[in-house]
Ligand binder design. Structure first.
Ligand code: HT7
Ligand code: ZN
Length: 865
C-alpha cells in the first residue's frame, strides 16, 4: 500500500475557521449538509482538495452558487479554482446501517454513533480531515422523535425543538477549536445518569453518562471515577474542565476502548458498565483508568492536539502517563507500577523486538489505524516518565504548565513538548527526542565490582540497542537508573556518607560510577521502580536476587527479584531441586509477611507467563515453556500447600461488596492462592485432589461477585472434565442474556491452557452467541485464543488455521479490527519448527488473499519482511 511520510509534512493550503453541519438522520440514507468557511493560507493557485470516502455527493456550492466543475475520486473531492475566502456548501448521503467498519457514522443496537479518530470524519462529509485543521463547530441534528429521543454532539446544547411530523432537532455549539477527529454524534434511546462537579474556580459542570435502557446503576462507578479524575487533574496538573457539560455514552459495538471526543466521550460498554455481579475487579480497575484517560485528553489531546498523526504519541503517551499517575494515587504506587510494567513487557517489548518494531514517533505508515500500538501508548508513557525522573517532580510540573500554556489551542509536535522542559530549566533536552525516534528496547548492562579495602563499589554501566527494521544503527539514550544497595542479608546499606538511594543518568555507551563508603559486599538494587523502559542485565550471584526478594525497600524490585528467580528455573529444562526449594522458601516468606499488602502478594504469586518466557529464550518452544511452567507450579503447589491453604482461609469475604483497592487486593490474593492450590491437581494423592476440587467448586459456587466466579472457573481449568464443564454451564445459564459477561464466557474458554481448548474454540466459532461483527465478542474468542500460547501454537498448525480464517472473514467488513490480530503471528522467526513454518505460512496465506485491506496488508507484509 502507498506510504505517508513524516518528512513530507506540509501544512494545509486552507484554513476552515467555522464548520456548520446539519444531519438528517435515517438508517440507510442519512443526509449531511456541511457549510464551511474557507481561507487560503497556501499557494494562490492551490486547488481545494477535501478528503471523503464512501460518500454519495448530492451537491456542491461556493458562496451560494452551485458548482459542477469538480473532480471526485474514491478518496477526494477537488475543486481546481477557488477564491481566497469563500463559503463552501456540500450535501452528501451515507448509509449508517450498512457501515460495519465502525468508523464514521454507524449504528449500534439501533443507535447512531460516530467514531472519527483517526480518519473517520471523511466518511461523514468532505473535509480537511487532518488534525492540524482546526475549526469551530455548530451541529444541528434532525431526526424522528420515535426511537431517537436523545440527539447529542460536542460542546453546549444551544436549542432543541419540534419539527412537526413526529420529528425534532437539537442544535449544538462547541466554543473550542477542534480537529475533525474529535467530532462526535450520538442519537438514540438511552438512560442517563446525572451528576455535577464544581470545578476549582467554582464553575458548575453537569455530568451525564448515557447507557442502554435499564443499565443506569452500572454507570455509578464510572461517574465516581469521572469526578475523582476531574479533581485529580486540577490538583496534580492544574487542569480545569472548560465546558458546562461533560457527557459519556456507552456503546456495545466499538473498535477500541473509548474515545475522547470534545465534551462527548464515547466508550466501549465493557469499559464503562460495572456492578459486582457482572464485572471483575480488573474491569473496575480498567474503567477507572480509561474514564480518567479519556477525561485527561481534554487537555492532553484536545486543548493541545497533534500536528499530524506521526505525533500521536504526544497525546497518547502523555495521557497514558497521566492516567497511570492517577491510578497509582488511587490504588498504590508500587502495585500500579508492577502492573504497568507487566503490561509493557507483555505487549510493548515483544513489539519492539519483532518485525513490527517502530519508533514512538514513526516516520512512515500506510494506515495510521495500525499505529495505535503499545509502543505509541505504553512506551510513549515510559518516555514521559524518563523525562520526569531526570528533571524531578517539581520541574516536570512547571514544564507541563508551560507546555499547556504555550501550545493551548494549537496542533503541536513532540519537539514542542520537549522544548517545554528546556524552556523552564534553560537546559538542553533535545537528546530526549531520540527516545521518540529510535525503535527497540535498550539493553542496560551493569557489572559491579566491590573493593573491600577502599570500601568502594564501581558500577560499570553500558547500553546498547539492537537494530530494528529500517534502523540498522542506534544511538545512545539518556537512561535514568534509580539505584540502592543492600547487604547480602537483605538490609539496606548506605553509601556516600549515609545515602540510601541515588539516581544515575547513563547518557553514553558506557560509564563507570563509583559509590564510596560501602561497608560490605553489596547487593545492587538497580532500576528501582523500573526507572527506564530497558532490559537490565546485572552481573551477580543468585543469592543477591534472594536478598532483594527478602528485603528490598523498593517493592518493584522485590517483585522483580521473584520474577527473575522464577524465570531462571522455568527456562532450565532440569532445574535443581535446591533451586526450587529456595524459591519456594522465599515465596513463602513473602506470603506470610504481614507487612506486605495482599495485592502485592497476589502479584508475587503470578509467575512469569509463557509469553514472558518466550522473550527470554531463543528459539521459542511453546510446548516446552508450557510444560515447564505447569511442572513448576505443580511443585510449588505441593510444597506450599499448607501455607497457601492457611492464607486462603484467613481472607474473609465481607458481606458487602466494595470495588476499592483494598478489597480488590484481598480478592486478587485469595484467587491467586486458589489457582496455585489447584495447580497441584493430578498428583498422586487422590484424597487431597478431591479436597482441592471441592475447594474450587465451592469458591465458584458460593461466589458473590464476578471476580470470585472467574477465579473459581480459572481454578477449575486445572481440573477439567465434569467440574469445569458444570461451572461453565452454570455460568452460561445465569448470564446468557448479559453480553458483557458472555464475552467473558467466550474469552475464558479460549484462554484455557488445556489441549481440549482447540476443539472447543473451533466449536465456539459456530456457537449461536458468537458474532464476529461485534468486536468485543470477536476479540474475546479469537484474541483470547491467539494469546493462549500452548494451544494456539499447535504443532499441526490448526491454531493458525483458525486465526487465518477469522482474520480474512473480519477483514471484509472491519479491517481495523482484523489487522490487530496479525501481531500473534509476527514473531515467527523466533519459534522452533514446526511452529515457525506454520506461522509463516499463515501470514503468506493472508497476504495472498485478493482484496485484502490496506490495514491487514501493511502489517502482514511487514511481518514477513
Ligand atoms: N484516542 C482514542 C483512539 C481511538 C481509536 C483509534 C483508531 C480507531 C478507533 C479508535 N477509537 C478510539 C482512544 C484513546 O487512546 O484515548
Ligand atoms: Zn488516548
Amino acid at each position: 500500500p502507498p506510504v505517508i511520510r513524516l518528512a513530507d509534512y506540509k501544512r494545509p493550503d486552507f484554513l476552515i475557521p467555522t464548520t456548520e453541519l446539519t444531519f438528517d438522520l435515517a438508517p440507510t440514507a442519512t443526509r449531511v449538509k456541511a457549510r464551511l468557511t474557507l481561507q487560503r493560507q497556501g499557494a494562490a493557485d492551490a486547488p481545494l482538495v477535501l478528503m471523503g470516502e464512501r460518500l454519495k455527493l448530492i451537491s456542491v456550492a461556493i458562496d451560494g452558487q452551485a458548482v459542477t466543475d469538480y473532480t471526485v475520486t474514491d478518496e477526494t473531492l477537488t475543486i481546481a479554482a477557488v477564491p481566497d475566502r469563500f463559503v463552501l456548501d456540500t450535501e452528501i448521503e451515507i448509509n449508517p446501517s450498512d457501515n460495519k467498519t465502525l468508523e464514521g457514522l454507524y449504528m449500534s443496537s439501533g443507535r447512531y454513533c460516530s467514531q472519527c479518530e483517526a480518519e473517520g470524519f471523511r466518511k461523514i462529509t468532505y473535509y480537511l480531515d487532518r488534525p492540524d485543521s482546526m475549526s469551530k463547530y455548530r451541529v444541528r441534528i434532525e431526526a424522528p422523535k420515535a426511537g431517537l429521543p436523545h440527539l447529542l454532539s460536542n460542546g453546549n446544547l444551544i436549542e432543541t425543538g419540534e419539527l412537526g411530523n413526529g420529528r425534532h432537532f437539537a442544535q449544538w455549539e462547541d466554543p473550542f477549536n477542534k480537529p475533525a477527529y474529535l467530532f462526535a454524534l450520538v442519537a438514540g434511546e438511552l438512560d442517563v445518569l446525572e451528576d455535577s462537579f464544581t470545578t476549582v474556580s467554582g464553575r458548575e459542570v453537569a455530568l451525564r453518562i448515557y447507557v442502554d435502557t435499564g443499565m443506569r446503576d452500572r454507570a455509578v462507578y464510572a461517574m465516581d471515577a469521572l469526578k475523582r479524575s476531574m479533581r485529580w487533574d486540577e490538583e496534580a496538573y492544574g487542569r480545569e474542565y472548560d465546558l458546562d457539560l461533560f457527557m459519556i455514552v456507552a456503546v456495545r459495538d466499538f473498535n477500541f476502548g473509548a474515545m475522547e471526543n470534545k465534551g462527548l466521550n464515547i466508550f466501549n460498554a465493557s469499559l464503562l458498565l460495572a456492578d459486582s455481579t457482572t464485572a471483575t475487579d480488573l474491569d473496575y480497575e480498567r474503567i477507572e483508568s480509561v474514564v480518567a484517560h479519556e477525561y485527561f485528553h481534554n487537555w492532553s489531546g484536545n486543548r493541545v492536539t497533534c500536528r499530524d498523526w506521526f505525533q500521536l504519541c504526544l497525546k497518547e503517551g502523555l495521557t497514558v502517563y497521566r492516567d497511570q499517575g492517577f491510578s497509582a494515587d488511587q490504588r498504590g504506587h508500587a502495585v500500579q507500577r508492577i502492573k504497568d510494567v507487566r503490561a509493557l513487557r507483555a505487549r510493548q517489548f515483544p513489539e519492539d523486538s519483532g518485525p513490527l518494531a517502530h519508533p514512538a514517533r514513526p516516520s512512515s505508515y500506510a494506515k495510521i489505524d495500525n499505529f495505535y500500538t503499545a509502543t505509541i501508548y505504553e512506551k510513549g508513557a515510559e518516555i514521559v516518565g524518563v523525562l520526569r525522573t531526570i528533571v524531578g517532580a517539581d520541574t516536570y510540573r512547571r514544564a507541563l504548565d508551560h507546555y499547556f500554556a504555550a501550545n493551548d489551542g494549537t496542533a503541536a509536535t513532540l519537539e514542542d513538548f520537549v522544548a517545554s522542559f528546556s524552556a523552564v530549566t534553560g537546559e538542553d533536552y533535545s537528546g530526549m527526542l531520540d527516545w521518540y525516534t529510535q525503535a527497540g528496547t535498550p539493553q542496560l548492562h551493569i557489572a559491579p565490582s566491590y573493593d573491600s579495602v577502599n570500601q568502594s563499589l564501581t558500577l560499570h554501566l553500558t547500553q546498547a540497542t539492537r537494530p530494528t527494521p529500517g534502523q540498522p544503527t542506534k544511538t545512545t539514550l539518556p537512561i535514568p537508573i534509580r539505584l540502592g544497595l543492600l547487604s547480602e542479608a537483605g538490609e539496606t546499606l548506605t553509601f556516600n556518607d549515609g545515602q540510601t538511594e541515588t539516581l544515575i543518568v547513563l547518557r553514553d555507551a558506557s560509564q563507570d560510577m563509583v559509590l564510596n563508603g560501602v561497608a560490605e559486599q553489596p547487593v545492587v538494587s538497580a532500576l528501582r521502580h523500573f526507572s527506564a523502559p530497558v532490559i537490565l542485565n546485572l552481573d551477580e550471584p543468585e543469592n543477591h536476587a534472594f536478598a532483594r526478594l527478602k528485603g528490598d525497600p523498593d517493592p518493584f524490585n522485590r517483585w522483580e527479584a521473584a520474577q527473575g528467580l522464577a524465570r531462571t528455573i522455568l527456562l532450565n529444562p532440569e532445574p535443581a531441586q535446591a533451586q526450587i526449594d529456595a524459591f519456594a522458601a522465599g515465596l513463602k516468606a513473602a506470603l506470610i509477611d504481614a507487612a506486605l499488602e495482599p495485592a502485592f502478594k497476589a502479584l508475587i504469586l503470578g509467575l512469569p507467563t509463557e509469553s514472558d518466557l518466550a522473550q527470554s529464550i531463543l528459539p521459542v518452544d511453546p510446548a516446552f515453556l508450557h510444560a515447564s511452567r505447569k511442572r513448576f507450579k505443580a511443585a510449588l503447589s505441593v510444597q506450599l500447600k499448607d501455607t497457601l491453604l492457611a492464607q486462603y482461609k484467613i481472607i474473609v469475604t465481607p458481606d458487602t461488596f466494595s470495588p476499592d483497592a483494598q478489597a480488590a487486593g484481598d480478592r486478587a490474593f485469595r484467587n491467586a492462592l486458589l489457582d496455585l492450590l489447584l495447580a497441584g491437581h493430578s498428583r498422586a494423592d487422590l484424597a487431597d485432589d478431591a479436597q482441592m476440587i471441592a475447594l474450587a467448586e465451592n469458591h465458584f459456587g458460593t461466589a458473590t461477585n464476578m471476580t470470585d466466579m472467574v477465579g473459581g472457573l480459572i481454578a477449575l481449568m486445572h481440573v477439567q472434565g465434569a467440574p469445569y464443564q458444570a461451572a461453565l454451564d452454570a455460568f452460561y445459564a445465569r448470564f446468557r442474556h448479559e453480553p458483557l459477561v458472555m464475552d467473558k464466557w467466550f474469552s475464558l474458554q479460549a484462554t484455557c491452557p488445556h489441549p481440549d481448548t482447540l476443539a472447543r474454540v473451533e466449536a465456539l466459532q459456530n456457537h449461536p452467541d458468537f458474532d464476529a461483527r461485534t468486536p468485543n465478542r470477536w476479540r474475546a474468542l479469537v484474541g483470547g485464543f491467539a494469546a493462549n500460547q500452548s494451544v494456539f501454537h499447535n504443532a499441526e498448525g490448526k491454531g493458525y488455521d483458525v486465526l487465518v480464517k477469522q482474520v480474512l472473514m473480519v477483514d471484509t467488513f472491519n479491517p481495523m479490527t482484523a489487522a490487530r490480530m496479525i501481531e500473534p503471528l509476527s514473531r515467527f522467526r523466533n519459534y522452533v519448527s514446526p511452529y515457525k513454518d506454520g506461522m509463516q505460512k499463515a501470514l503468506e496465506t493472508i497476504l495472498a488473499q485478493p482484496n485484502l485491506s490496506k490495514n491487514v496488508a501493511e502489517l502482514a507484509g511487514k511481518a514477513l519482511n
